[in-house]
Design a protein around this ligand. Structure first.
Ligand SMILES: C[S@@+](CC[C@H](N)C(=O)[O-])C[C@H]1O[C@@H](n2cnc3c(N)ncnc32)[C@H](O)[C@@H]1O
Length: 309
C-alpha cells in the first residue's frame, strides 16, 4: 500500500472515531511509525508493507479508544528534550516549560545575589551542606530539588541547562521514577538523581538552593469531569490535589523552609485560579519576595517566593 493512501485511511478512521485533529494525528502516527520526516511523507511514493500497515492499525485503534497520542507514540517533546512517557506517568504539558524558564531565571539572580554578598563579606550564612543524598560532589555546589518529578522532565531540563548543578527528583510512584531514570539516560544527563518517596521524605538533612515542583493540583471534586484521555489513562495520583486542589501547596510551603539554604527559593506551577490562595498561604508561612509568572493568556501560573528567616 502507498503511504499517502494509508495517511488518508488513518485520518478518516480517527475522524470517525471522534478525534478532533485527525489529519495532524494521522500524520504524526505515520511519520513516527516509519521514522520519516513530514517532507519525506509528502514527497515520496513510499510503499509500506502489510506488517507496517497492521502496526499502524494497532496504534490508531488505541488512539480511537481515547488513549493519549503521547502514550501511543511513547514520547513527548519538552524544553527541547525527548521525554519517554507511558501508562503510569503524567504527560508533561507545554505550560510546565514556563516553570523551567522561571526556575532558571530565579537561580541566575540568586547566584548573582549570593556571589555578590559573599564578596562583600556579608553576614549571610550558607549552612554547611549536611549531605544525606548520594552523588553530591564537591564540584556541584548548586543543589535543586524537584518534588513530584513524574517523568523527570523538569529535573532533567534544569540539569541540562545548569550543568554545574546537581538536581534531585522525588516522586512517590515507582513507575514514574523508572521513567525519570530512563529519561535522564536517554538524554545523556548525568547531574540528576531520582528517588522514590513522599515529598521531602527521602531528603534527610540536605539543603537546597531552589525547590521546584509541579504537584498534583486538580480539585478531587473536578476529576470526574476531566477529559476522557486524562481521567481514563493518566495516573489519578498525578493530578489529585485533595478536595480543594491545594493539599500539596500547603505541605510544600510549610515544609520547604527546613530544606532551603538562606535566600533559597521555591518555584511552583499552580492551577489557573490558585494564585490568590497560594499567595495567602505563602505570606502566612512567612514567605517574601513573592511574584508570579504569567502564561501567554496573562494568567498567573508560576509562583516564586522565598521564606524570610
Ligand atoms: C502533576 S504530576 C507532575 C509530573 C512532572 N513533574 C511534570 O511536570 O510533568 C505530579 C506528580 O506527583 C507525584 N506525587 C503524588 N503524590 C506525591 C507525594 N506524596 N510525594 C511525591 N510525589 C507525589 C505523582 O506521582 C506525579 O508524578
Amino acid at each position: 500500500m502507498n503511504v499517502m493512501e494509508k495517511l488518508i485511511e488513518v485520518s478518516r478512521f480517527l475522524k470517525n472515531g471522534g478525534i478532533e485533529d485527525s489529519a495532524k494525528e494521522a500524520e504524526i502516527l505515520i511519520t513516527e511509525t516509519l521514522q520519516i520526516s513530514k517532507t519525506r511523507l509528502y514527497s515520496s511514493d513510499l510503499e509500506i508493507s502489510e506488517d507496517i500497515s497492521k502496526n499502524i492499525d494497532s496504534l490508531i485503534i488505541r488512539r480511537a479508544k481515547r488513549e493519549p497520542l503521547q502514550y501511543v507514540i511513547g514520547h513527548v517533546e519538552f524544553c527541547g528534550l525527548r521525554i519517554n512517557v507511558g501508562r503510569g506517568v503524567l504527560i508533561p504539558r507545554p505550560e510546565t516549560e514556563l516553570l523551567v524558564k522561571e526556575a532558571l531565571k530565579t537561580v541566575a539572580s540568586y547566584r548573582l545575589q549570593t556571589t555578590s554578598s559573599k564578596k562583600q563579606g556579608s553576614e549571610l550564612r550558607t549552612p554547611p551542606p549536611k549531605v544525606s543524598l548520594p552523588l553530591v560532589t564537591p564540584c556541584s555546589p548548586l543543589k535543586i530539588l524537584d518534588l513530584c518529578t513524574g517523568s523527570g522532565c523538569i529535573a532533567i531540563a534544569l540539569a541540562r541547562y545548569l550543568p554545574d548543578a546537581m538536581v534531585y527528583g522525588v516522586d512517590k510512584s515507582e513507575t514514574a521514577i523508572s521513567y525519570s531514570i530512563k529519561n535522564s539516560f536517554d538524554n545523556g544527563i548525568k547531574n540528576v538523581y531520582f528517588v522514590v518517596g513522599d515529598l521531602f521524605g527521602p531528603v534527610g538533612d540536605t539543603r537546597f538552593d531552589c525547590i521546584v515542583s509541579n504537584p498534583p493540583y486538580i480539585s478531587r471534586l473536578k476529576i470526574p469531569y476531566l477529559q476522557k484521555e486524562i481521567k481514563d489513562y493518566e495516573p489519578v495520583d498525578a493530578f489529585d490535589g485533595g478536595e480543594d486542589g491545594l493539599y500539596f501547596y500547603r505541605r510544600i510551603i510549610k515544609e520547604a523552609p527546613e530544606y532551603l539554604k538562606e535566600r533559597g527559593h521555591v518555584v511552583l506551577e499552580i492551577g489557573h485560579d490558585q494564585a490568590d490562595d497560594v499567595e495567602k498561604m505563602a505570606r502566612e508561612a512567612g514567605f517574601g519576595d513573592i511574584r508570579f509568572a504569567k502564561d501567554y493568556a496573562g494568567i498567573r501560573r508560576v509562583f516564586i517566593g522565598r521564606p524570610r528567616k
